[in-house]
Design a protein around this ligand. Structure first.
Ligand code: ARG
Length: 458
Protein backbone atom coordinates (compact mmCIF):
# COMPACT_ATOMS: atom_id res chain seq x y z
CA UNK A 1 0.00 0.00 0.00
CA UNK A 2 2.89 2.36 0.63
CA UNK A 3 5.72 0.09 -0.61
CA UNK A 4 6.79 2.46 -3.41
CA UNK A 5 9.12 4.50 -1.24
CA UNK A 6 10.76 1.60 0.62
CA UNK A 7 13.66 -0.69 -0.28
CA UNK A 8 12.91 -3.17 2.50
CA UNK A 9 9.69 -4.49 4.03
CA UNK A 10 8.81 -3.91 7.70
CA UNK A 11 10.24 -6.15 10.41
CA UNK A 12 8.05 -8.60 12.27
CA UNK A 13 7.98 -6.21 15.21
CA UNK A 14 6.91 -3.31 12.99
CA UNK A 15 4.12 -5.38 11.49
CA UNK A 16 2.86 -6.49 14.87
CA UNK A 17 3.03 -3.13 16.62
CA UNK A 18 1.41 -1.42 13.66
CA UNK A 19 -1.53 -3.77 13.22
CA UNK A 20 -4.83 -2.46 14.50
CA UNK A 21 -6.97 -4.97 12.62
CA UNK A 22 -7.34 -7.21 15.72
CA UNK A 23 -9.51 -4.51 17.27
CA UNK A 24 -10.52 -2.03 14.58
CA UNK A 25 -12.27 -4.77 12.65
CA UNK A 26 -15.15 -3.83 14.95
CA UNK A 27 -15.56 -0.80 12.67
CA UNK A 28 -16.12 -2.73 9.44
CA UNK A 29 -19.76 -1.76 8.98
CA UNK A 30 -18.97 1.93 9.47
CA UNK A 31 -15.98 1.70 7.14
CA UNK A 32 -18.02 0.20 4.31
CA UNK A 33 -20.91 2.58 4.86
CA UNK A 34 -18.66 5.65 4.75
CA UNK A 35 -16.83 4.35 1.66
CA UNK A 36 -20.10 3.87 -0.20
CA UNK A 37 -21.13 7.44 0.54
CA UNK A 38 -17.66 8.71 -0.39
CA UNK A 39 -17.66 7.02 -3.79
CA UNK A 40 -21.22 8.14 -4.49
CA UNK A 41 -20.05 11.71 -3.85
CA UNK A 42 -16.98 11.23 -6.10
CA UNK A 43 -19.27 10.05 -8.91
CA UNK A 44 -21.73 12.94 -8.42
CA UNK A 45 -18.83 15.37 -8.66
CA UNK A 46 -17.48 13.69 -11.80
CA UNK A 47 -14.27 12.69 -10.00
CA UNK A 48 -14.80 8.97 -10.76
CA UNK A 49 -16.96 7.53 -13.55
CA UNK A 50 -20.31 6.04 -12.68
CA UNK A 51 -19.08 2.66 -14.00
CA UNK A 52 -16.21 2.66 -11.51
CA UNK A 53 -18.48 3.92 -8.78
CA UNK A 54 -21.02 1.14 -9.45
CA UNK A 55 -18.30 -1.51 -9.47
CA UNK A 56 -16.90 -0.17 -6.19
CA UNK A 57 -20.32 -0.03 -4.56
CA UNK A 58 -21.17 -3.56 -5.61
CA UNK A 59 -17.77 -4.79 -4.47
CA UNK A 60 -18.30 -3.14 -1.06
CA UNK A 61 -21.71 -4.81 -0.75
CA UNK A 62 -20.11 -8.16 -1.52
CA UNK A 63 -17.48 -7.57 1.14
CA UNK A 64 -20.18 -6.65 3.64
CA UNK A 65 -21.98 -9.94 3.08
CA UNK A 66 -18.69 -11.86 3.29
CA UNK A 67 -17.77 -10.20 6.59
CA UNK A 68 -21.28 -10.75 7.90
CA UNK A 69 -21.04 -14.43 7.07
CA UNK A 70 -17.41 -15.28 7.81
CA UNK A 71 -16.14 -12.47 10.03
CA UNK A 72 -13.31 -10.10 9.16
CA UNK A 73 -9.99 -11.72 8.21
CA UNK A 74 -7.03 -10.61 10.32
CA UNK A 75 -3.93 -10.03 8.23
CA UNK A 76 -1.33 -7.90 10.00
CA UNK A 77 0.24 -6.95 6.68
CA UNK A 78 -2.94 -5.07 5.87
CA UNK A 79 -2.61 -3.11 9.14
CA UNK A 80 -6.18 -2.03 9.68
CA UNK A 81 -9.81 -2.35 8.68
CA UNK A 82 -9.45 0.30 5.97
CA UNK A 83 -6.72 -1.57 4.10
CA UNK A 84 -8.42 -4.89 4.71
CA UNK A 85 -11.53 -3.64 2.92
CA UNK A 86 -9.56 -1.98 0.12
CA UNK A 87 -7.42 -5.04 -0.47
CA UNK A 88 -10.44 -7.33 -0.71
CA UNK A 89 -12.09 -4.79 -3.03
CA UNK A 90 -9.04 -4.96 -5.31
CA UNK A 91 -9.28 -8.75 -5.40
CA UNK A 92 -12.96 -8.50 -6.29
CA UNK A 93 -13.03 -5.69 -8.89
CA UNK A 94 -9.43 -5.06 -9.91
CA UNK A 95 -7.65 -1.71 -10.37
CA UNK A 96 -10.86 0.37 -10.22
CA UNK A 97 -10.74 -0.31 -6.47
CA UNK A 98 -7.79 2.06 -6.30
CA UNK A 99 -10.07 5.00 -7.18
CA UNK A 100 -12.02 4.74 -3.94
CA UNK A 101 -9.24 6.41 -1.98
CA UNK A 102 -9.30 9.55 -4.19
CA UNK A 103 -9.68 12.78 -2.19
CA UNK A 104 -9.53 10.96 1.10
CA UNK A 105 -6.96 9.69 3.58
CA UNK A 106 -7.12 7.06 6.25
CA UNK A 107 -6.96 9.97 8.68
CA UNK A 108 -10.36 11.41 7.78
CA UNK A 109 -11.62 7.91 7.04
CA UNK A 110 -10.86 6.56 10.51
CA UNK A 111 -12.19 9.72 12.15
CA UNK A 112 -15.45 9.24 10.23
CA UNK A 113 -15.76 5.51 10.90
CA UNK A 114 -15.04 5.96 14.56
CA UNK A 115 -17.53 8.79 14.94
CA UNK A 116 -20.20 6.60 13.38
CA UNK A 117 -19.31 3.81 15.80
CA UNK A 118 -19.32 6.10 18.83
CA UNK A 119 -22.61 7.63 17.71
CA UNK A 120 -24.19 4.17 17.85
CA UNK A 121 -22.61 3.60 21.27
CA UNK A 122 -24.14 6.86 22.53
CA UNK A 123 -27.49 5.67 21.20
CA UNK A 124 -27.17 2.33 22.96
CA UNK A 125 -26.27 4.07 26.21
CA UNK A 126 -29.31 6.34 25.89
CA UNK A 127 -31.56 3.36 25.19
CA UNK A 128 -30.07 1.44 28.11
CA UNK A 129 -30.56 4.42 30.41
CA UNK A 130 -34.15 4.78 29.24
CA UNK A 131 -34.87 1.16 30.17
CA UNK A 132 -33.23 1.63 33.56
CA UNK A 133 -35.23 4.79 34.19
CA UNK A 134 -38.47 2.97 33.37
CA UNK A 135 -37.55 0.27 35.87
CA UNK A 136 -36.55 2.74 38.61
CA UNK A 137 -39.67 4.86 38.21
CA UNK A 138 -41.96 1.82 38.14
CA UNK A 139 -40.50 0.37 41.32
CA UNK A 140 -40.43 3.79 42.99
CA UNK A 141 -44.14 4.21 42.24
CA UNK A 142 -44.85 0.84 43.86
CA UNK A 143 -42.94 1.87 46.97
CA UNK A 144 -43.85 5.52 47.50
CA UNK A 145 -45.17 4.53 50.96
CA UNK A 146 -42.65 1.84 51.91
CA UNK A 147 -40.61 3.08 54.85
CA UNK A 148 -36.95 2.22 55.21
CA UNK A 149 -34.09 3.68 57.19
CA UNK A 150 -32.31 6.51 55.43
CA UNK A 151 -28.59 6.49 56.13
CA UNK A 152 -25.72 8.86 56.51
CA UNK A 153 -22.34 7.26 57.22
CA UNK A 154 -24.33 4.03 56.67
CA UNK A 155 -25.80 4.67 60.13
CA UNK A 156 -29.56 4.97 60.48
CA UNK A 157 -30.35 8.65 60.15
CA UNK A 158 -34.02 9.39 59.41
CA UNK A 159 -36.76 7.27 57.92
CA UNK A 160 -37.19 7.66 54.17
CA UNK A 161 -39.31 5.86 51.65
CA UNK A 162 -37.93 3.24 49.30
CA UNK A 163 -39.57 5.13 46.46
CA UNK A 164 -37.58 8.21 47.40
CA UNK A 165 -34.37 6.20 47.52
CA UNK A 166 -34.97 4.72 44.07
CA UNK A 167 -35.87 8.12 42.65
CA UNK A 168 -32.47 9.38 43.77
CA UNK A 169 -30.98 7.03 41.18
CA UNK A 170 -33.48 8.26 38.63
CA UNK A 171 -32.06 11.76 39.13
CA UNK A 172 -28.52 10.45 38.54
CA UNK A 173 -29.61 8.75 35.33
CA UNK A 174 -31.25 11.96 34.17
CA UNK A 175 -27.88 13.68 34.32
CA UNK A 176 -26.30 10.74 32.50
CA UNK A 177 -28.86 11.07 29.73
CA UNK A 178 -28.02 14.77 29.41
CA UNK A 179 -24.31 13.96 29.14
CA UNK A 180 -24.73 11.33 26.40
CA UNK A 181 -27.16 13.60 24.55
CA UNK A 182 -24.68 16.48 24.69
CA UNK A 183 -21.92 14.15 23.47
CA UNK A 184 -24.16 13.17 20.58
CA UNK A 185 -24.77 16.76 19.63
CA UNK A 186 -21.07 17.69 19.59
CA UNK A 187 -20.28 14.57 17.58
CA UNK A 188 -22.64 15.51 14.75
CA UNK A 189 -19.99 16.95 12.40
CA UNK A 190 -18.58 14.86 9.55
CA UNK A 191 -14.78 14.51 9.20
CA UNK A 192 -14.83 13.08 5.67
CA UNK A 193 -13.07 15.44 3.28
CA UNK A 194 -10.47 16.74 5.72
CA UNK A 195 -8.22 14.20 3.95
CA UNK A 196 -4.73 13.70 5.46
CA UNK A 197 -4.66 17.02 7.36
CA UNK A 198 -5.03 19.95 4.98
CA UNK A 199 -8.16 19.22 2.96
CA UNK A 200 -8.05 18.21 -0.71
CA UNK A 201 -7.57 19.79 -4.12
CA UNK A 202 -10.44 17.75 -5.59
CA UNK A 203 -13.81 19.43 -5.98
CA UNK A 204 -15.59 17.36 -3.32
CA UNK A 205 -19.01 17.98 -1.76
CA UNK A 206 -18.64 17.69 2.01
CA UNK A 207 -22.22 18.68 2.66
CA UNK A 208 -23.41 15.71 0.64
CA UNK A 209 -21.28 13.16 2.52
CA UNK A 210 -22.16 14.75 5.86
CA UNK A 211 -25.90 14.56 5.16
CA UNK A 212 -25.76 11.05 3.71
CA UNK A 213 -23.97 9.79 6.80
CA UNK A 214 -26.49 11.41 9.12
CA UNK A 215 -24.30 14.26 10.35
CA UNK A 216 -25.59 17.82 10.69
CA UNK A 217 -22.66 19.46 8.89
CA UNK A 218 -19.01 18.95 7.88
CA UNK A 219 -16.26 19.77 10.39
CA UNK A 220 -14.78 23.24 9.92
CA UNK A 221 -11.02 22.75 10.32
CA UNK A 222 -9.16 19.91 8.63
CA UNK A 223 -6.27 19.86 11.13
CA UNK A 224 -8.60 19.64 14.08
CA UNK A 225 -10.74 17.08 12.29
CA UNK A 226 -8.06 14.43 11.87
CA UNK A 227 -6.55 14.93 15.30
CA UNK A 228 -9.71 15.34 17.35
CA UNK A 229 -10.92 12.52 19.55
CA UNK A 230 -13.08 14.64 21.82
CA UNK A 231 -16.13 12.73 20.61
CA UNK A 232 -14.60 9.52 21.97
CA UNK A 233 -13.62 11.22 25.23
CA UNK A 234 -17.11 12.70 25.57
CA UNK A 235 -18.48 9.19 25.31
CA UNK A 236 -15.94 7.77 27.75
CA UNK A 237 -16.43 10.49 30.33
CA UNK A 238 -20.21 10.16 30.15
CA UNK A 239 -19.74 6.38 30.40
CA UNK A 240 -17.39 6.75 33.35
CA UNK A 241 -19.78 8.93 35.28
CA UNK A 242 -22.71 6.69 34.42
CA UNK A 243 -20.70 3.67 35.57
CA UNK A 244 -20.12 5.38 38.94
CA UNK A 245 -23.88 5.63 39.38
CA UNK A 246 -24.41 2.04 38.35
CA UNK A 247 -21.67 0.95 40.72
CA UNK A 248 -23.26 2.79 43.65
CA UNK A 249 -26.64 1.25 42.90
CA UNK A 250 -24.97 -2.15 42.62
CA UNK A 251 -23.29 -1.60 45.98
CA UNK A 252 -26.63 -0.80 47.60
CA UNK A 253 -28.14 -3.94 46.14
CA UNK A 254 -25.25 -6.00 47.46
CA UNK A 255 -25.64 -4.55 50.94
CA UNK A 256 -29.42 -4.87 50.89
CA UNK A 257 -29.26 -8.49 49.77
CA UNK A 258 -26.85 -9.45 52.57
CA UNK A 259 -28.45 -11.51 55.35
CA UNK A 260 -27.87 -9.01 58.18
CA UNK A 261 -29.68 -6.34 56.14
CA UNK A 262 -32.18 -8.55 54.38
CA UNK A 263 -33.76 -5.57 52.60
CA UNK A 264 -33.92 -7.20 49.18
CA UNK A 265 -33.70 -10.49 47.38
CA UNK A 266 -31.87 -10.50 44.09
CA UNK A 267 -33.52 -12.10 41.10
CA UNK A 268 -32.23 -15.68 40.65
CA UNK A 269 -31.45 -14.87 37.03
CA UNK A 270 -28.83 -12.32 38.12
CA UNK A 271 -27.29 -14.32 40.96
CA UNK A 272 -24.93 -17.26 41.19
CA UNK A 273 -24.49 -20.12 43.62
CA UNK A 274 -21.47 -21.39 45.48
CA UNK A 275 -19.75 -24.64 44.59
CA UNK A 276 -19.26 -25.47 48.28
CA UNK A 277 -21.90 -23.63 50.33
CA UNK A 278 -25.34 -24.81 49.24
CA UNK A 279 -27.19 -21.95 50.95
CA UNK A 280 -25.33 -19.23 49.06
CA UNK A 281 -26.91 -16.94 46.53
CA UNK A 282 -24.25 -14.49 45.48
CA UNK A 283 -24.84 -11.08 43.90
CA UNK A 284 -22.11 -11.58 41.29
CA UNK A 285 -23.77 -9.48 38.61
CA UNK A 286 -23.96 -6.50 40.95
CA UNK A 287 -20.37 -7.05 42.07
CA UNK A 288 -19.21 -7.15 38.45
CA UNK A 289 -21.06 -3.92 37.70
CA UNK A 290 -19.24 -2.41 40.67
CA UNK A 291 -15.97 -3.83 39.34
CA UNK A 292 -16.60 -2.76 35.75
CA UNK A 293 -16.85 0.87 36.86
CA UNK A 294 -13.15 0.69 37.67
CA UNK A 295 -12.35 -0.56 34.20
CA UNK A 296 -14.56 2.04 32.49
CA UNK A 297 -12.93 4.86 34.43
CA UNK A 298 -9.58 3.33 33.43
CA UNK A 299 -10.60 3.46 29.76
CA UNK A 300 -11.47 7.16 30.03
CA UNK A 301 -8.15 7.84 31.74
CA UNK A 302 -6.25 5.83 29.12
CA UNK A 303 -7.54 7.89 26.20
CA UNK A 304 -7.09 11.21 28.00
CA UNK A 305 -3.45 10.35 28.64
CA UNK A 306 -2.98 9.17 25.05
CA UNK A 307 -4.21 12.49 23.71
CA UNK A 308 -2.64 14.89 26.14
CA UNK A 309 0.66 15.68 24.43
CA UNK A 310 -0.11 15.18 20.76
CA UNK A 311 0.84 17.92 18.32
CA UNK A 312 -1.43 18.61 15.35
CA UNK A 313 -2.37 16.73 13.32
CA UNK A 314 -2.66 12.92 13.24
CA UNK A 315 -0.13 10.78 15.11
CA UNK A 316 -0.18 7.02 15.28
CA UNK A 317 -0.71 7.15 19.05
CA UNK A 318 -4.29 7.90 18.09
CA UNK A 319 -4.76 4.37 16.83
CA UNK A 320 -4.83 3.46 20.51
CA UNK A 321 -8.13 5.34 20.81
CA UNK A 322 -10.18 2.33 19.87
CA UNK A 323 -9.46 -0.38 22.49
CA UNK A 324 -10.58 1.72 25.48
CA UNK A 325 -13.75 2.86 23.75
CA UNK A 326 -14.64 -0.63 22.55
CA UNK A 327 -13.98 -2.05 25.99
CA UNK A 328 -15.86 0.64 27.88
CA UNK A 329 -18.86 0.41 25.56
CA UNK A 330 -19.10 -3.33 26.00
CA UNK A 331 -18.87 -3.03 29.79
CA UNK A 332 -21.32 -0.15 29.99
CA UNK A 333 -23.94 -1.86 27.82
CA UNK A 334 -23.72 -4.96 30.01
CA UNK A 335 -23.79 -2.97 33.25
CA UNK A 336 -26.87 -1.01 32.22
CA UNK A 337 -28.68 -4.20 31.23
CA UNK A 338 -27.68 -5.96 34.45
CA UNK A 339 -28.81 -3.12 36.71
CA UNK A 340 -32.09 -2.75 34.83
CA UNK A 341 -32.75 -6.46 35.33
CA UNK A 342 -31.88 -6.15 39.01
CA UNK A 343 -34.14 -3.18 39.65
CA UNK A 344 -36.99 -4.84 37.75
CA UNK A 345 -36.58 -8.27 39.26
CA UNK A 346 -35.51 -7.84 42.87
CA UNK A 347 -37.95 -8.38 45.71
CA UNK A 348 -37.93 -5.68 48.33
CA UNK A 349 -38.42 -6.98 51.88
CA UNK A 350 -40.49 -4.01 52.98
CA UNK A 351 -41.39 -5.44 56.42
CA UNK A 352 -37.78 -5.85 57.22
CA UNK A 353 -36.94 -2.35 55.99
CA UNK A 354 -39.69 -0.84 58.13
CA UNK A 355 -38.55 -2.80 61.19
CA UNK A 356 -35.00 -1.56 60.67
CA UNK A 357 -36.25 2.04 60.47
CA UNK A 358 -38.26 1.55 63.67
CA UNK A 359 -35.32 0.06 65.52
CA UNK A 360 -32.68 2.64 64.72
CA UNK A 361 -34.17 5.63 66.63
CA UNK A 362 -34.65 7.13 63.20
CA UNK A 363 -37.35 9.47 64.48
CA UNK A 364 -35.10 11.18 67.02
CA UNK A 365 -35.01 14.32 64.84
CA UNK A 366 -38.81 14.32 64.89
CA UNK A 367 -38.77 14.42 68.70
CA UNK A 368 -36.32 17.31 68.64
CA UNK A 369 -38.36 19.13 65.97
CA UNK A 370 -41.50 18.64 68.09
CA UNK A 371 -39.81 20.19 71.13
CA UNK A 372 -38.84 23.18 69.01
CA UNK A 373 -42.30 23.59 67.49
CA UNK A 374 -44.55 22.75 70.43
CA UNK A 375 -42.46 23.80 73.45
CA UNK A 376 -40.54 26.63 71.79
CA UNK A 377 -37.23 25.13 72.89
CA UNK A 378 -34.11 26.21 70.94
CA UNK A 379 -33.03 23.40 68.58
CA UNK A 380 -29.66 22.83 70.28
CA UNK A 381 -31.36 22.26 73.64
CA UNK A 382 -34.01 20.07 72.01
CA UNK A 383 -31.19 18.04 70.46
CA UNK A 384 -29.73 17.50 73.93
CA UNK A 385 -33.04 16.44 75.50
CA UNK A 386 -33.66 14.03 72.62
CA UNK A 387 -30.20 12.55 73.06
CA UNK A 388 -31.12 11.64 76.63
CA UNK A 389 -34.31 9.97 75.41
CA UNK A 390 -32.37 7.95 72.82
CA UNK A 391 -29.90 6.86 75.52
CA UNK A 392 -32.80 5.63 77.64
CA UNK A 393 -34.40 3.76 74.75
CA UNK A 394 -31.08 2.20 73.88
CA UNK A 395 -30.50 1.05 77.48
CA UNK A 396 -33.90 -0.63 77.51
CA UNK A 397 -33.65 -1.86 73.90
CA UNK A 398 -36.97 -0.30 72.95
CA UNK A 399 -38.13 2.10 70.26
CA UNK A 400 -38.37 5.82 71.02
CA UNK A 401 -42.16 5.79 70.87
CA UNK A 402 -42.22 2.89 73.38
CA UNK A 403 -40.76 5.01 76.17
CA UNK A 404 -43.51 5.64 78.74
CA UNK A 405 -44.62 9.27 78.92
CA UNK A 406 -43.61 9.48 82.58
CA UNK A 407 -40.04 8.59 81.69
CA UNK A 408 -39.95 11.16 78.89
CA UNK A 409 -41.30 13.78 81.29
CA UNK A 410 -38.61 12.85 83.78
CA UNK A 411 -36.14 13.94 81.08
CA UNK A 412 -38.07 17.11 80.33
CA UNK A 413 -41.37 18.21 81.81
CA UNK A 414 -42.40 20.08 78.69
CA UNK A 415 -43.00 16.80 76.81
CA UNK A 416 -46.67 15.70 76.69
CA UNK A 417 -48.64 12.83 75.14
CA UNK A 418 -49.13 14.62 71.80
CA UNK A 419 -45.50 13.82 70.99
CA UNK A 420 -46.31 10.17 70.34
CA UNK A 421 -48.16 11.09 67.12
CA UNK A 422 -44.85 12.31 65.75
CA UNK A 423 -42.56 9.46 66.71
CA UNK A 424 -43.80 6.80 64.29
CA UNK A 425 -41.83 6.29 61.10
CA UNK A 426 -44.94 6.98 59.01
CA UNK A 427 -45.49 10.33 60.74
CA UNK A 428 -41.82 11.10 60.24
CA UNK A 429 -41.76 10.54 56.48
CA UNK A 430 -45.14 12.22 56.01
CA UNK A 431 -43.79 15.30 57.77
CA UNK A 432 -40.91 15.70 55.31
CA UNK A 433 -43.09 17.21 52.63
CA UNK A 434 -40.76 19.99 51.54
CA UNK A 435 -40.17 20.02 47.77
CA UNK A 436 -37.96 17.06 46.92
CA UNK A 437 -38.45 15.54 50.38
CA UNK A 438 -39.24 11.94 51.21
CA UNK A 439 -42.96 12.34 52.04
CA UNK A 440 -45.00 9.79 50.06
CA UNK A 441 -46.98 12.58 48.39
CA UNK A 442 -43.78 14.26 47.27
CA UNK A 443 -42.44 10.97 45.93
CA UNK A 444 -45.69 10.35 44.07
CA UNK A 445 -45.43 13.78 42.47
CA UNK A 446 -41.82 13.19 41.38
CA UNK A 447 -42.79 9.76 40.02
CA UNK A 448 -45.69 11.27 38.07
CA UNK A 449 -43.38 13.90 36.58
CA UNK A 450 -40.85 11.23 35.65
CA UNK A 451 -43.49 9.05 34.07
CA UNK A 452 -44.66 11.97 31.97
CA UNK A 453 -41.07 12.80 30.97
CA UNK A 454 -40.46 9.17 29.96
CA UNK A 455 -43.75 8.91 28.09
CA UNK A 456 -45.00 6.11 30.33
CA UNK A 457 -48.75 5.31 30.37
CA UNK A 458 -50.59 6.51 33.43
N1 ARG B 1 -5.33 2.45 11.72
C1 ARG B 1 -5.17 3.85 11.80
C2 ARG B 1 -5.85 4.39 13.06
O1 ARG B 1 -6.65 3.72 13.59
C3 ARG B 1 -5.78 4.53 10.62
C4 ARG B 1 -5.16 5.84 10.29
C5 ARG B 1 -3.81 5.62 9.73
N2 ARG B 1 -3.24 6.86 9.31
C6 ARG B 1 -1.94 7.05 9.16
N3 ARG B 1 -1.56 8.21 8.88
N4 ARG B 1 -1.08 6.08 9.36
O2 ARG B 1 -5.57 5.47 13.55
Amino acid sequence: MWGGRFAEGPSAIMREINASIPFDKALWREDIRASKVHVAMLARQGIVTSDDSNAITQGLDTIASEFERDGVPEDWDLEDIHMTVESRLTELIGPAAGRLHTARSRNDQVATDFRLWVRAANERALAGLDALQHALVTRAGEHADSVMPGFTHLQTAQPVTLGHHLMAYYEMTRRDVARFAAAQERLAECPLGAAALAGTGFDIDRDFTATELGFSRPTANSLDTVSDRDFALDYLMAAAQCSLHLSRLAEEMIVWASQPFGFARMPDALSTGSSIMPQKKNPDAAELVRGHAGRIVGCATALMVTMKGLPLAYSKDMQDDKPPVLEAANLLDLSLAAMTGMVRGCTFQTKRMRAAAELGFATATDLADWLVREANIPFREAHHITGAAVRLAEERSIALDAIPLADLQAIDTRIDERVFDHLTVDASVAARASYGGTAPDQVRQRVAEARAALGMEE
